[in-house]
Design a protein around this ligand. Structure first.
Ligand code: GDP
Length: 327
């Protein structure tokens, strides 16, 4: 592939050229040092044109209807004059087990829309790294004028935390039933959500759906409120039949307005940036350590000690960092 200059990429991004947008994203996903260098410059140049979108995280177990939701919600937003980008964070792809999110034919109708851009999950790197390049991908999409960025993940492992660390609003797609799961692992998700959508509700199961709603509201009642004056709405609907999506759209708008009023919108983004800064500090320390001949050897030596459990890995890491900083 002929590599493109940043000015070519930026011109492409700004003019809405999806092919060049894709190439810019491939650049930020690359781990090669020379690509990373170019990516840093690109990000610096586009920064003034970023930050204006609404960043929405969407989670739910496989089969809950996330892609159906995104397809129809995305089209709804487009019908309201918005541009929509869809990104994914897929924990399975970073574990190299193939992708939960990526291997279906997904969002066919949305992908045909001029004002939609769909980018599957980056396929390598550990999950934290994937989330961090997804954030940068989001910035590029913002510079390209996308108003809504939908970031999809699956309700397993740490992926929700990572998605909530890069988004403004976090949406949980739920199917009817499964009350018992509220006691266990899903509690973590419940503490993170801003909005719940019970999907696949029709006339036949409406009563069951209402029961699920009551259970969810009860569970939410015992959790500390994440945003002042915000009671997490539990909405019912059908992604497939376009029911309840308009309500989700307007609740997201309400939530963003409230955050702005509470001064927590920018504040949350600031805290998120600080976390990302810490991530990159660790990343670059490791990278530089491995590059420099003077530090590579004792890095490897301590790593070996850790792997052979000569002592606790955290002890080895501490000794190594102290040596590195000349302490
Ligand atoms: P994901 O794995 O969470 O992305 O779920 P999908 O969007 O792929 O949906 C899984 C299945 O549920 C598909 O067969 C969808 O057609 C179906 N589905 C999604 N939303 C609804 C809905 O509102 N009603 C019904 N009956 N089926 C739905």
């Amino acid at each position: 592939m002929k590599s493109l200059s940043n000015s070519e990429l930026i011109e492409g991004i700004k003019s809405g050229d999806k092919r060049l947008l894709g190439k810019a994203i491939t650049l930020v996903e690359s781990k090669k040092p020379e690509h990373r260098k170019q990516a840093e410059e690109l990000l610096r140049e586009i920064l003034p044109f970023t930050g204006k979108s609404i960043r929405i995280g969407i989670t739910g177990t496989p089969g809950a209807g996330k892609s159906t939701f995104i397809e129809n919600f995305g089209r709804l937003a487009i019908s309201k004059g918005k541009k929509v980008a869809v990104l994914a964070i897929d924990p399975s792809s970073s574990l190299n087990k193939g992708s939960i999110l990526g291997d279906k034919t997904r969002m066919e109708e949305l992908s045909k829309e001029e004002n939609a851009f769909i980018r599957p999950s980056p396929s390598s790197g550990f999950l934290g790294g994937v989330a961090n390049t997804t954030f940068e991908t989001m910035l590029i999409c913002e510079a390209a004028g996308y108003d809504y960025i939908l970031i999809e993940t699956v309700g397993v492992g740490q992926s929700e935390v990572l998605v909530s660390d890069i988004t403004d609003v976090f949406l949980f797609l739920k199917i009817i039933g499964g009350g018992d799961e509220l006691q266990g692992i899903k509690r973590g998700i419940m503490e993170m959500v801003d909005l719940i959508f019970i999907n696949k509700v029709d006339d036949e199961n409406l009563n069951k759906a209402k029961n699920t709603k009551v259970e969810l509201m009860r569970a939410l009642h015992f959790l500390p409120s994440k945003e002042k004056d915000w009671k997490v709405p539990v909405l019912l609907g059908s992604a497939l039949n376009n029911k309840g999506l308009d309500e989700v759209f307007s609740k997201i708008g309400d939530f963003i307005q409230l955050k702005i009023k509470n001064n927590s919108f920018e504040e949350t983004r600031k805290i998120q940036s600080e976390k990302r800064f810490d991530y990159w500090v660790q990343e670059y320390i490791l990278q530089k350590t491995k590059e420099e001949k003077s530090t590579e050897n004792f890095y490897e030596a301590h790593k070996k000690n850790a792997s052979q459990l000569k002592s606790n890995p955290s002890t080895e890491a501490k000794i190594f960092v102290e040596k590195l900083l000349g302490k």
